[in-house]
Design a protein around this ligand. Structure first.
Ligand code: AP5
Length: 262
């Protein structure tokens, strides 16, 4: 189980909140790649529980920023782009991550979800990690068909308070439309409208898919078929992680059933 020392607020509030994770064995520094709806957030949540790493999602940063009462012009432009399903400007995304360098240095390691998303962001991440004296261990590339993506996104429901992700048929909450964790009413993300999904898929094809070749050249890429239940995909992910020589000291255990609805 994820320890109570993981504090997502440390990521959301740029490291101003203490977070003391307990890594299981060595820290893992991983990037999760894949199209919208591939299940990166779902896998990040499950991997976090198993590896003891922190889940760092740039999409969650932007969703949290929607609550700001007086957003800067750059942030307002970013939120408008997100609403349309477009990518936020590289400089905004990179600066948000750079401001959170403390989270990248975390002794629990990190699971970056949604960053990098462009070649410029990948190069910026390399630079940030080099400055911090760190390197990326592995990039997990989740592969799934467009048909499955559309089915997953159109049925997704999210808790606006604790960010837990559900699906109306494949991962329903115990009580319809109510978060199991905190009891809040679940919502549908505004970028899960069909017109935004279309734009997000185009942005993925044009800007993010090429990152697979970038990380393959760096010898960091492993592909994970994202079909089956979240628990099956988790076990597949853990198997590829365990297979890396650099993870010989891995001390976690693949889990058979990862949680309700999995
Ligand atoms: P972000 O939040 O990162 O969205 P995304 O990459 O489009 O990914 P999603 O969150 O939609 O999907 P996911 O792969 O996490 O799938 P999930 O686990 O939820 O970014 C949102 C926006 O912010 C971007 O469009 C952009 O505007 C902006 N942004 C963020 N980062 C940026 C950056 N670095 N640069 C520029 N702009 C940036 O699963 C989906 C559904 O499927 C859920 O309902 C889930 O329950 C279900 N599901 C999961 N796994 C399975 C399974 N195995 N079987 C059946 N159902 C499943």
């Amino acid at each position: 189980m994820m320890t109570s020392q993981h504090n997502q607020a440390a990521w959301l509030q740029a490291g101003s909140v203490p977070c003391e994770p307990m890594p299981y064995g060595r820290p893992y520094r991983l990037v999760l790649l894949g199209p919208p709806g591939a299940g990166k957030g779902t896998q990040a949540e499950l991997l976090t529980r198993t590896l003891g790493t922190c889940h760092l999602s740039t999409g969650e940063l932007f969703r949290a920023a929607k609550c700001e009462t007086n957003p800067s012009p750059a942030l307002r432009a970013a939120l408008d782009a997100m609403h349309r399903g477009e990518l936020v400007a590289d400089e905004v995304a990179v600066e948000l991550v750079r401001e959170r360098s403390r989270c990248l240095c975390c002794r629990g390691g990190f699971l970056l979800d949604g960053f990098p998303r462009t070649l410029a962001q990948a190069e910026a991440l390399d630079g940030i990690l080099t400055d911090l004296g760190l390197s990326l261990d592995l990039v997990l590339n989740y592969e799934v068909s467009l048909e499955e993506v559309v089915a997953r996104l159109s049925g997704r429901r999210t808790c606006p308070v604790c960010q837990k992700v559900y699906h109306v048929t494949t991962r329903p909450p115990r009580v319809e439309d109510i978060c199991d964790g905190c009891g809040a009413a679940l919502v549908q993300r505004d970028d899960d409208r069909p017109e935004s999904i279309r734009v997000r898929m185009q942005a993925y094809e044009a800007s993010t898919r090429p990152l697979a070749a970038y990380y393959a050249r760096a010898g960091k890429l492993v592909s994970v078929p994202a079909v089956g239940t979240p628990g099956e995909i988790l076990n597949r992910s853990l198997q590829v992680i365990k297979a890396q020589p650099s993870f010989a000291t891995w001390s976690g255990q693949p889990v058979g059933k990862a949680g309700p609805g999995d």
